[in-house]
Structure formats: structure tokens, C-alpha cells
Design a binder for this molecule. Structure first.
Ligand SMILES: [Zn+2]
Length: 393
């Protein structure tokens, strides 16, 4: 079968053309990662060649086996990415990398066309987002790695398609991600009202009163039982119902249960978007899709534009006030020092005013009214604009 043109393919699309393989890196081989790897290994074909790579630092534990279906009992203790790549080896060859994503440099990530994240940590996703943007900026906007991000929490999940220079970046979405719930200590100590308050009190104060320096281990069932008893005693004192052992474990670990089917739904849609992107057969969804299976079913998507002043993809904008009698060479030096720049190039309307590396430039800038200059420096992910307001002494 030759890959047929779709309704949105270019007019000059040649259907006999066999594309070069798309290099894809999957981040994480846990609940989402197993699903993503399974989907892609079935999607890859002669007409849609894929070079698959997967990275993960974790080993398999028995609690993973209910949803991380590429792993079996005998695999407990082995590295997830190694076993996952072995599980699909009859379909496709997958390179695996044992380690943290932060252990690898830009030169490693530059090799990929697409990065798909099945990570469960916000910080790790922020890190890879910055890496992708840095590579984009350092290549003069030529190397654009497309970032497909998936995430699930209980019966909910989301998908993001992040294209450097076009869509919002992961950092732009930060305001949509709720911060961890923090209970005020005074509520925990004096006026608990919820079972969660009693458990959090047990974790922060109650445990230490009884067990002093012994560190609580949430993987140890005896410890969880002890913590549960402390929380239950506290709840009984205040007449609060609802403290159970599983709620105790949820609160102390600060986890929401991972549900295999939600992982399947989210990674299914995620891989469909990857498939559409590579094959050009249909348009991609706009930017962010979200799924909520908590009360009935909602699956929707919406455009999400880059936010102004995003520290990763936006252009930093600053304002300074300067004495109009100042010499231009002193102004550029002041800008370098004030914003802790390394070797900046300072420009106005695209013309170089001063370049610290060559110590050259036009050294000309109007001192009438307000002037906005542009600054490029290796300390700035995306450049900076500075509005200079002059005053006369
Ligand atoms: Zn951004």
C-alpha cells in the first residue's frame, strides 16, 4: 500500500515518495510511555518509517504491573525503558537510554524531530520545554523540535502540541496547572475540619511526636498503617469521619490514582496527533486538548496562544530611565551591567548599535523621546526589548 494523499496534503504531494524516517524520542516508559510505545510501534510502517527512542531512569516495581502492561512479574527490578523496548522488538527496533532527561545535553536532543512526553513531573516537562526552545533559538529558529505532551490525573487528562515559534510553550500553560494543595498549619493544629486535615497533621506533626527521628517510608506498609492510626485517632478526637488507609496513602504521597484507561485514551489521541503531523493526512487539533471522564465524558480542544512576557518563549521587556546627557558607550555598558548580560549585541530597528564581542557598532541612537532597543545575549533565551525613557538633568 502506498500512503494515499489526504484532503489536506499539498498539491505537489508525490504519493510514491517514501519519506525519510522521523526520529521520535519518548520521555518516560511508565503508564503513558508504555501506551505511546505500543501505539507508535503499530503505526510505523514502510510508508511511515519511524526511528523510535525512549528514555527513563526508573526500574519496574510490582505496583506498576496493573497498568504498565509491557512489564511482567519477572521484570520487577529491571529498567523500564529496556524492558519496554524488548517488549516491542519484534515489531520495531527501539533505542533506549537509562537515566534522567537532565543528564543529556542539547546535542542529544537535537537529533530528534519529535519529542513525546509521558512524564509525570511538571518540573521535568518545564526542563524539556526550555531545552527545546534553547535549541530553537541557538539554531536561528531552524531546528524546531515538535513537542507533544500528554498528562493524566485520575479520570482527567490533557494533550498539548507545542511548536517552537508558532504555539504557546509548556511554560505558557503554567497558570492552568493548579499548584499543590497546601493546608495552613494553624488549621491543621487547631481547627481540622476534613479527613485530609487529620492526615496532613499526622504527617507534619503527629508522626514526629511518636517516632521522633524515624523517617516515614510510604512504600513500607507498616509505616502507612502507623500513619493511618495516628490520623484516625486525631479524627476521632475532633469527630471527623472519612479517614481511611487508602486516603492516608493518597494524602501522604500526594498522589491521584493512575487509571490505565485514561492513560490509553490520552496516549491514543496523542499518537493520532503525531500520526497526523507526520503524514499530513489531516489537520492537527489546535494546541491543547483536554479530556474529563469524571462526570460523563467531555473531550474538547482549544487554541492557546503564547502569553506575553513568557520567560521561555516570550520576549522579555524592560524599561529604564536615563539621563539624556549620558554617552552612548556608557549607556550600553550600563545595560550590560544592570541586566547581568554576558556578551550582548545591542540593536535598534535591526541596526547594530554596539556589539561587546567585537567592541564595534554604529554607536548611534536617537536621544529624542522614548527609544526601544533590542538585545541579544546568550543569557537570554529569546532576546530582550528595553524601552529607554530619557530625562534631562
Ligand atoms: Zn511560553
Amino acid at each position: 500500500m502506498i500512503f494515499p494523499p489526504g484532503p489536506f496534503t499539498d498539491e505537489d504531494y508525490d504519493e510514491t515518495f517514501i519519506p525519510s524516517p522521523t526520529s521520535i524520542l519518548i520521555l518516560g516508559s511508565g503508564g503513558l510511555g508504555c501506551e505511546i510505545l505500543k501505539n507508535l510501534s503499530m503505526t510505523a510502517s514502510h510508508e511511515l518509517p519511524l526511528n523510535l527512542h525512549i528514555i527513563d531512569m526508573d526500574t519496574i516495581s510490582s505496583s506498576n504491573l496493573n497498568r504498565q502492561f509491557l512489564f511482567k512479574d519477572k521484570d520487577v527490578g529491571k529498567y523500564k525503558c529496556e524492558i519496554a523496548s524488548l517488549a516491542v522488538k519484534d515489531r520495531i527496533k527501539v533505542e533506549y537510554y537509562i537515566g534522567k532527561i537532565e543528564d543529556y545535553e542539547d546535542s542529544f536532543y537535537e537529533k530528534f524531530d519529535i519529542i513525546i512526553s509521558g512524564l509525570d513531573s511538571i518540573n521535568a516537562r518545564k526542563w524539556i520545554n526550555e531545552t527545546i526552545w534553547r535549541i530553537y533559538n541557538n539554531s536561528n529558529n531552524e531546528k524546531s523540535i515538535i513537542f507533544f505532551d500528554g498528562g493524566t490525573e485520575g479520570f482527567q487528562g490533557s494533550i498539548k502540541i507545542i511548536i517552537p515559534g508558532i504555539t504557546a510553550c509548556f511554560q505558557c500553560y503554567r497558570s492552568l496547572i493548579p499548584d499543590k494543595i497546601v493546608y495552613p498549619l494553624c488549621t491543621l493544629a487547631n481547627t481540622p475540619r476534613l479527613p485530609e486535615h487529620c492526615i496532613e497533621w499526622a504527617k507534619q506533626l503527629g508522626w514526629e511526636e511518636i517516632y521522633q527521628d524515624k523517617i516515614f517510608d510510604y512504600d513500607n506498609d507498616e509505616d502507612v498503617e502507623k500513619m493511618f492510626k495516628i490520623a484516625l485517632k486525631r479524627a476521632n478526637e475532633f469527630g471527623i469521619e472519612g479517614v481511611t488507609k487508602s486516603l492516608t496513602l493518597g494524602v501522604v504521597k500526594n498522589i491521584i490514582p493512575a487509571i490505565a484507561s485514561t492513560n490509553a485514551i490520552i496516549s491514543g489521541q496523542l499518537c493520532n496527533e503525531v500520526y497526523k503531523f507526520i503524514s499530513n493526512c489531516n489537520p492537527n487539533m489546535k494546541d491543547m486538548g483536554y479530556y474529563n471522564g469524571e462526570n460523563g465524558v467531555l473531550f474538547d480542544n482549544e487554541e492557546y496562544l503564547p502569553i506575553d512576557n513568557c520567560p521561555v518563549c516570550g520576549i522579555r521587556t524592560e524599561e529604564i530611565e536615563l539621563d539624556s546627557n549620558m554617552e552612548l558607550i556608557d549607556i550600553v555598558q550600563l545595560i550590560k551591567d544592570k541586566f547581568e548580560l554576558s556578551m550582548p549585541v545591542i540593536m535598534h530597528n535591526g541596526i547594530e548599535i554596539y556589539n561587546f564581542k567585537d567592541q564595534g557598532g554604529s554607536l548611534q541612537l536617537s536621544k529624542e523621546g522614548d527609544v526601544t532597543i533590542e538585545v541579544v545575549d546568550k543569557t537570554l533565551l529569546n532576546g530582550m526589548k528595553i524601552r529607554i525613557k530619557y530625562y534631562k538633568v
